[in-house]
Structure formats: C-alpha cells, structure tokens
Design a protein. Structure first.
Length: 193
C-alpha cells in the first residue's frame, strides 16, 4: 500500500520487450536501496523490482498494465514518480493508494497561477471523482475540485511541481488515475444488483 507521497523522480534508462511483457530499467536516488521482490509505485503503478544494480532497478509490466496505464508511452529519458510502500509505523500523509490504475486521463488545460499551477484533466469515461475528494494522479495524492462528469482540476504547489513529473506535463499528456478506494467500495455496495 502507498500514500501518494512521491519520494523521488526516476529516469527510464532502458526498455526491453519480453514476449507480451515489457521490462523497464529505471535510475533513481532510491534504486540502490531497493530489494528484489519489493513493490514500488511507478507513476502510480505498483511494479515488482526484479533486479538492482549500479543505481538502477528493473521492473516488469504485463500486457494488462501496459494497456491500462501510460507506461506504453514511456521512452528512454521519461521521468517517473517513485514511491516505496508505506511502512507500518509510518505517517499516513496522503490517502490510501493501492498502485492499481483505474484509468488514464489527458491534460486539457494547464495554467501558471503565479505561485501554483492549475491542471485540468479529462477522464476517458466518467469516474469516481468527487469535489474536494482524493485522487491519485501519476502516483501523487491530490485533492480535486471543479469536478464535472469527466473533467476535474487539481492545484499543484511549487514543492510538488519541482519534485514530481508534473513539471513535464503539457496539454495532451496522458496520466495514470487511481480513484479513491473507499469511494470504489461504496460505489460497488450501492450499485450492486
């Protein structure tokens, strides 16, 4: 389990297709601290570390993950938000994040608000986003507002802008979305037939 508080930004160094899977080699400040079999959030996608060496780690994404997330758009040089699993005795700074991407969204507007940045996203289909509720975007826990059927906005403070890959996003960029797990369970219970 994660909290959506990005630890560092990694860089995609190598990409290897392996059958229907894809292996990614990522360099980062935390790579040497990782262990094989450890789960790490990569842009909000929980991936298992399969190798660690020389300031880099390797992970494998299956076909399902490639189809449901923005990993298929990664290229050598892409910046990736990274977060290790929450420690049992750690602070819960964000919200409950599983690392299971529900959908992707596109950046449809981006404004510099002279001290913060306002991003507006359009979901592929209507999702479980509520006014002032939590959403995980590229592995980052954020609060949404100006919520419509498929549209919502988030405000990014300077620290988050500088320490995540939000500074790489432009209009048209695709991001990974994980809806709040509590909202997903409530929706399932209420709409169960």
């Amino acid at each position: 389990m994660f909290t959506g508080i990005v630890e560092t930004v990694g860089k995609v160094e190598e990409i290897y297709p392996v059958g229907t899977n894809v292996d990614f080699v990522i360099s980062s400040l935390i790579s040497d601290e990782l262990k094989i079999d450890q789960s790490v959030s990569h842009n909000g996608v929980c991936l298992t570390v399969t190798k660690v060496a020389d300031g880099k780690h390797r992970v494998t994404a299956i076909d399902e993950t490639m189809n449901k997330s923005n990993l298929s758009q990664w290229q050598v040089g892409s910046k990736v938000n990274l977060e290790r699993c929450m420690k049992a005795d750690g602070r819960f700074d964000g919200h409950i994040v599983q690392g299971h991407v529900d959908s992707t969204a596109k950046v449809v507007d981006f404004k510099d608000e002279n001290g913060s940045w306002l991003f507006t996203f359009e979901l592929q289909e209507e999702g479980l986003v509520v006014e002032k509720g939590s959403v995980c975007i590229n592995g980052t826990s954020l609060t949404c507002f100006n919520v419509g059927k498929k549209i919502f906005s988030v405000a990014i403070i300077p620290y988050t802008f500088e320490h995540t890959n939000f500074n790489q996003l432009v209009v048209g960029s695709t991001v990974n979305i994980e809806f709040d797990i509590i909202g997903k369970y409530i929706d399932l219970i209420v709409n169960r037939k």
